[in-house]
Write a protein that binds this ligand. Structure first.
Ligand code: NAP
Length: 349
């Protein structure tokens, strides 16, 4: 029997909020019963409060729902958060204090030492920090976060390499327009162009990767000691962040062993058959010119990271390309899979 769990969305009217609504349509466990946004939207039916910007029509199940202010009280216990970062810190904390389970996309709490920065296939054990979070902060509820949309692509591709001892990583991104939200980058700036700057992105990729690949020590998360250097670029692609990566490993595997580590990577979400878990979190593409955003990013419901073009690197050990769907694996899909793992761990009881 599938569970039926009511969920709310904080910031439901924004771009990521809309991604949540789309991703959760027909979900076997989660039913959207509550939508929250700013006081500009509160009191209006969702169809009036929202400038729907995703492909296809707004789902009929939410059109007539009334948007509420983001205050704890009426919302269900489990809330996904896609709020503007300028307000997410206090509002997410207020919900956790009031007993809600907040599964957040916003950057605000990602680097808090007692908050898991979770990728269910990579660091499910980081959820063990939650009881400490609750004890330290006196919360009945909890906050868990998912990584930044380019970090998640890099961290997933690196996860199976941890066994070889990662010492240095250099990552250069080509990031899609949808990562900048709506209306995002002006068309005159990005048409036929590349913008070699995304505010705060490089620092996030460097620090978040170390935290995600770090170890839970019993009372804290010790970041991976590897040095990570990121360079982030916005490119005229609609969906899909590519990360050109070079990596140095303590015990350099052969090429076949490297590819086998990628292809055989599987973890708790696959074992537990969580509804949003892709059968293969990583897929290695052998064609010399893949992965490509337009051809590959929608495959596997946007939840798989594609790796290709493995070559020897004359500076570090190996170089390769990784590609992931930034608004699915990098946002709504990531958070929904986090909540599924939390349910399977008994954290929603
Ligand atoms: P957005 O389109 O600007 O949406 C922001 C949402 O926050 C709207 O629902 C807005 O409601 C709500 N909000 C604003 N002020 C509020 C307040 N005072 N109280 C309650 N709600 C308030 O932004 P977005 O692109 O969806 O991004 C949302 C969050 O996800 C950000 O923290 C962002 O960094 C993060 N994120 C984005 C992406 C992406 O691909 N875009 C990826 C990963 C993470 P109103 O409509 O009522 O103003």
């Amino acid at each position: 029997m599938n569970p039926r769990i009511e969920v709310g969305i904080l910031g439901a009217t924004g771009m990521v909020g809309q991604e949540f609504i789309t991703f959760l349509e027909g979900h076997p466990w989660f039913d959207i019963t509550w939508l929250g946004a700013s006081d500009r939207s509160a009191g209006k039916p969702y169809r009036e409060a929202t400038n729907w910007r995703l492909d296809g029509a707004m789902p009929a199940s939410v059109e007539g729902m009334h948007v509420e202010e983001c205050k704890p009280g009426n919302a269900p216990r489990l809330v996904f958060s896609a709020m503007d970062a300028s307000v997410a810190t206090e509002i997410e904390q207020a919900f956790a204090q009031a007993g809600h389970v907040v599964v957040s996309n916003s950057r605000n709490h990602r680097m808090d030492p007692d908050v898991p920065l979770l990728i269910p296939e990579v660091n499910p054990d980081h959820l063990k920090i939650i009881p400490l979070q609750q004890r330290h902060r006196g919360w009945k509820g909890q906050i868990a976060t998912n990584p930044n949309c380019s970090t998640i692509v890099l961290a997933m591709a690196l996860a199976p390499l941890k066994q070889f001892g990662i010492t240095r990583v250099m990552a250069t991104t080509m990031q899609a327009l949808s990562g900048a939200g709506y209306p995002g980058v002006a068309s005159l700036d990005i048409n036929g162009n590349v913008i070699p700057y995304i505010a705060g992105e490089e620092e996030k990729m460097q620090r978040e990767t170390q935290k995600i690949l770090g170890d839970f020590t019993g009372d804290s998360i010790r970041p991976l000691a590897a040095k990570v250097s990121a360079q982030c670029n916005r490119v005229p692609v609609v969906d899909g962040h590519m990360v050109a990566t070079s990596v140095e490993l303590e015990q350099k595997p052969g090429t076949a062993e490297f590819i086998h580590a990628i292809e055989s990577f599987s973890s708790l979400p696959q074992e537990r058959k969580l509804p949003s878990a892709p059968p293969h979190p990583l897929i290695y593409l052998t064609e010399h010119d893949r992965p490509q955003p337009r051809r590959d990013v929608e495959r596997e419901r946007g939840m798989t990271v594609f790796v290709g073009r493995l070559r020897e690197c004359p500076v570090l050990n190996y170089k390769f390309i990784a590609l992931g769907h930034n608004t699915v694996r990098g946002a709504a899909g990531a958070a929904v899979l986090n909540a599924e793992l939390m349910y399977s761990e008994g954290l929603l009881d």
